[in-house]
Write a protein that binds this ligand. Structure first.
Ligand SMILES: C[S@@+](CC[C@H](N)C(=O)[O-])C[C@H]1O[C@@H](n2cnc3c(N)ncnc32)[C@H](O)[C@@H]1O
Length: 222
């Protein structure tokens, strides 16, 4: 069965995957969700001028696009790595309406999709992108990350991507003051993260979701 383009409640597109019966983003708004979980509570939660960011599940490129836009606006330099096992095909990504809605040229999204895999690509002066076509379970990197955008399909649909081994790997890939953010706030996921050493912070979720999670590598002073 083929993936299908859908429109979410803020007017932005998402993709529906019929095989696992799940949409890439919240039906309440793809852009609104990404802005809340990954930009506001991820990128903008730390006051740094340079970030190494890892995204789990590059998908439509929405999180990378919004991060690149913010980087340009705020003079932040980003070294962005994205893992994706099933890249979105051209027939789908050319249809996505994200750039129209955020006031960017369509070419900004196309650059993210059409640059090479398995190598670093300079997208602009502020944004370097490395895409790896690999399963999260096999991912290794010499880079240490400031932030991980953990945007896998839900633990109900892909429990093997939310287990202790995966989160141990995520923990090890973070810098000592690094953190992971995810839309998911399920109890079992928070307990698994805690078991590998993360400090869990529960934050207000995006529209339609009560909560989301930030997992800190080291406990911050209270
Ligand atoms: C919830 S979607 C999010 C996509 C993306 N962040 C976006 O904004 O479009 C999850 C993504 O994880 C990818 N994925 C599924 N299994 C994977 C695996 N084992 N390793 C890496 N990525 C995987 C899917 O293809 C999909 O693109």
């Amino acid at each position: 069965m083929k993936n299908k383009l859908v429109t979410t409640n803020d007017g932005s597109h998402s993709i529906f995957n019929p095989e696992i019966n799940e949409t890439y983003h919240s039906k309440h708004g793809a852009i609104v969700e990404a802005e809340h979980v990954f930009i506001k509570n991820g990128l903008l939660a730390e006051n740094k001028s340079q970030f190494n960011i890892l995204e789990v599940g590059f998908g439509t490129g929405l999180n990378a696009l919004l991060t690149a836009q913010k980087a340009k606006q705020k003079n932040i330099t980003i070294n962005y790595h994205g893992i994706e096992l099933y890249p979105v095909p051209k027939e789908s990504y050319i249809e996505l309406n994200f750039t129209d809605l955020i006031g960017e040229d369509k070419s900004e999204l196309l650059k993210l999709h059409e640059c090479s895999w398995e190598k670093g690509n300079k997208i602009n002066d502020f944004f370097k992108l490395t895409k790896n076509k690999i399963s999260l379970e096999n991912y290794k990197s010499d880079t240490q990350f400031d932030i991980i955008y953990f945007d896998a399909f839900s633990p109900e649909k892909q429990p093997h991507l939310w287990n202790e081994e995966v989160f141990q790997n995520m923990y090890n890939l973070l810098k000592k003051d690094g953190f992971l953010v995810t839309y998911c706030a399920k109890g079992v996921v928070k307990r698994t993260m805690k078991a590998v050493g993360f400090e869990i912070v529960v934050l207000d979720g995006p529209p339609g979701k009560r909560q989301m999670t930030r997992a800190n590598k080291f406990t911050f002073e209270k």
